[in-house]
Write a protein that binds this ligand. Structure first.
Ligand code: ATP
Ligand code: MG
Length: 146
């Protein structure tokens, strides 16, 4: 799905409930959403950190995916900037992390085109959780395991 720009082998924990509904989404584009978020989690988390991808059904019948890491995190007041296209929080020439600054803004746009939302909870030095949520209309009641 996603490849770390560092080329390191990293473990990503995946937790999916067995009763996840069938989702109606553009498969390629929605995979790109998750791929961009996982790529960020890998890039901004040191090798000894943890990365977890999970999915859950919300009480309103929609489905959310959370990509959580224990990486460098972002300050609350910089999160809006991180969502802007071509923005990287470390804009210095000597910055450590490669990228165009597009992954998050593309993920949010694709998510919103699906009628969903993207939200970020983060703290410097603690880590980041990005949650993408699809509305109930995109989730079929019949479960995959049924
Ligand atoms: N999981 C994360 N932990 C810490 N900072 C993050 C995380 N995800 C994004 N950021 C910050 O937000 C900025 C924008 O992220 P975005 O994915 O849009 O760009 P990028 O990863 O730098 O480049 P690209 O995705 O185009 O390769 C990043 O440069 C980084 O500063
Ligand atoms: Mg990125």
């Amino acid at each position: 799905m996603a490849r770390a720009t560092t080329g390191e082998n990293r473990v990503v924990m995946v937790e999916m409930p067995p009763d996840l509904p069938i989702l109606h989404a553009d498969q390629r584009r929605f995979s790109q959403v998750l791929g961009n978020l996982i790529a960020n989690a890998i890039k901004f988390t040191p090798a000894e950190g943890r990365i977890a991808v999970s999915a859950f059904v919300r009480p309103d019948g929609g489905v959310s995916f959370a990509v959580a890491d224990t990486g460098i995190g972002m300050a609350e007041e910089t999160i809006a900037a991180a969502l802007e296209p071509f923005r990287q929080l470390d804009g210095s020439l000597a910055r450590k992390f490669e990228g165009a600054g597009l992954g998050l803004s593309i993920a949010r746009a694709l998510c919103e085109l699906h009628g969903g939302t993207l939200s970020i909870v983060s703290a410097v030095g603690t880590g980041t959780t990005v949650t993408v949520s699809l509305p109930a209309e995109r989730c079929e009641k019949a479960r995959l395991s049924a």
